[in-house]
Design a binder for this molecule. Structure first.
Ligand code: C2E
Ligand code: MG
Ligand code: MG
Ligand code: MG
Length: 290
């Protein structure tokens, strides 16, 4: 937690932040227990290819099944985890869990690539590549079925270190995507030095695109430049069919968002996927018959 420091470095008591601090300390205790008791769960959100509407990859998104507060989204606890130094154990858990899930889907004849979000601090951990590769080996999962999503901020904090870590992973076949692109200040020209395969365009950039020509121009330019640099382009947070159609027209490769599906628990995703495949094969037959 952060105490306010006075001019001489003394701690100044500030009643306005006190409540906040007490609440956070309680939450840190809660989070430690949650890690010990396995209270976290992963939901998976499909990414759809705009070329054939097939789903070949999903993103793992963590939730906290809190014993009294119910299912909590990451926004409610990740910032506290990061500040209290508990992000590393969570990252390790998420990686192991997602890799095991991908391996189990693969054994069941569903070879889905799973994307895992890696926090800025976790990206800079020396042992990240070794841990990832060990987990892949233990689960007997081909590295190409794992993608890591990292943010621009993470890369900008320490570009050389990030490039070093990512190159080790990429040389073994793990894919790397830049998440939330457009929410920060990275230039695409800078990203070309990184071993990345995909760019995820942040929802903030695309959400008003249908009403704002300038937003569409930026998305269009980003898509073209990303393609010229050899990256595939994923749009995130797509909520309407109209927006999906426009992104397809701009040449975007994949979309993710509520218009396709919200993140789902593993069993629900399996059911959703079966329905999705049944529906898409029906529409192909309908198209062929007409
Ligand atoms: P993100 O990686 O950019 O994930 C996309 C977020 O947008 C997810 O929120 C997802 O549920 C939400 N979303 C998906 N489709 C739509 C849509 O159509 N409209 C809108 N408005 N939102 C949509 P979520 O699950 O709350 O996660 C928030 C962020 O927390 C993630 O953003 C990611 O940065 C972080 N996060 C989630 N899981 C993990 C994790 O396991 N490790 C780490 N380090 N960070 C994680
Ligand atoms: Mg992500
Ligand atoms: Mg994102
Ligand atoms: Mg985002």
């Amino acid at each position: 937690y952060q105490a306010k420091l006075g001019r001489r470095g003394t701690v100044v008591y500030d009643p306005a932040t006190d409540q906040h601090t007490v609440g956070q300390l309680a939450m840190v205790t809660d989070l430690r227990r949650a890690l010990d008791n396995d209270e976290f769960v992963l939901h998976y959100q499909p990414k759809v290819s705009l070329r054939d509407m097939q789903v070949t990859s999903v993103e793992a998104l963590v939730r906290w099944q809190h014993p009294s507060r119910g299912l909590l989204p990451p926004g409610e606890f990740l910032p506290v985890l990061e500040r209290s130094g508990l992000m590393q154990p969570l990252t390790r858990w998420v990686l192991r869990q997602a890799i095991q899930q991908a391996a189990s889907w693969r054994r069941a004849g569903m070879p889905l690539q799973v994307a895992v979000n890696i926090s800025p601090r976790s990206l800079l951990q020396d042992d990240l590549p070794a841990r990832v590769l060990a987990a892949l080996l233990a689960a007997e999962l081909p590295a190409s079925l794992l993608q890591l999503e990292i943010t621009e901020t993470a890369v900008m904090t320490n570009p050389e270190r990030a490039a070093f870590v990512l190159t080790q992973l990429q040389s073994r076949g793990v894919e790397v995507a830049i998440d939330d692109f457009g929410a920060g200040y990275t230039s695409l020209a800078f990203l070309r030095i990184l071993p990345i395969t995909a760019l995820k365009i942040d929802r903030s950039l695309i959400k008003d695109m249908l009403d704002h020509d300038a937003d569409e121009a930026v998305t269009s330019a980003v898509t073209d430049l990303a393609h010229r640099l050899g990256f595939s382009v994923i749009a995130e947070g797509v909520e309407s069919q109209a927006l999906l159609d426009r992104l397809a027209a701009l040449g975007c490769d994949q979309v993710q968002g509520y218009v396709i599906s919200a993140p789902l628990p593993p069993a629900a995703l399996e059911g959703w996927l079966a329905d999705w495949q049944a529906r898409s094969s029906t529409s192909v037959e309908t198209a062929a018959a007409s």
